[in-house]
Design a protein around this ligand. Structure first.
Ligand SMILES: Cc1cc2nc3c(=O)[nH]c(=O)nc-3n(C[C@H](O)[C@H](O)[C@H](O)COP(=O)(O)O)c2cc1C
Length: 177
């Protein structure tokens, strides 16, 4: 039975009011790894942030993507950089994931960074590193998609850190089915 117009309008409004929270919760069912994206600015500061929107895009050419909140304070750094790294965090690196998700001064910009690969700052001890040069930007909604070409990568067999439903999990505790 079709609801009367007034009842239908009320249902639509209720759905709309809760969409942000409900959508975020539903999207959180998609388990991901956790990465730290890092880039060095000309003044030798390393800017980095915790990101779980990282995904593979293409093998030939080798392309990856991640998304950044367009109003993020880091937007200007990452949209201008010529090179950035993606470190796929190991399960032992929960503190690093938390630290680089924090607002400055604890997170984001650092001097005296120790580990580099292909001239890019990386997080030492991670499960994998991808060095990406150049990038394409696609602005959509409240995020920008950043696409980078992988010029170098390294894989280490450390179990990964996993993120799902707003919580972190250890990759080594996952059971193969
Ligand atoms: C597990 C996790 C994953 C995140 N993934 C992203 C992401 O993909 N893109 C993003 O812009 N911010 C992401 N963030 C948030 C950033 O790490 C950081 O907290 C945020 O950029 C700070 O606020 P800002 O958006 O004003 O810069 C993530 C945070 C956590 C804890």
């Amino acid at each position: 039975m079709t609801p009367p117009p007034a009842a239908k309008a009320k249902a639509d409004t209720a759905l709309h009011a809760n969409t942000g929270i409900a959508l975020r919760s539903a999207l959180g069912r998609f388990a991901t790894g956790v990465t730290v994206i890092a880039a060095q600015t000309p003044d030798h500061h390393v800017h980095c942030m915790t990101v779980n929107s990282f995904a593979s895009l293409s093998l030939d050419p080798p392309l990856i993507l991640w998304t950044l909140r367009s109003r993020s304070a880091r937007y200007h750094t990452f949209s201008k950089t010529h090179a950035f790294s993606v470190s796929v965090l190991a399960e032992t690196q929960l503190d690093i994931a938390r630290q680089h998700a924090m607002p400055p001064p604890d997170g984001f910009a650092h001097r005296d960074w120790k580990a580099f690969l292909g001239g890019c700052p990386i997080v030492d001890g991670a499960s994998a590193h991808f060095i990406c040069k150049g990038h394409t930007e696609v602005n959509k909604g409240d995020h920008v998609i950043l696409i980078g070409e992988v010029t170098e990568f390294v894989e280490h067999h450390h179990p990964p850190l996993v993120f799902m439903g707003g919580k972190y999990y250890s990759g080594s505790s996952l059971k193969p089915l």
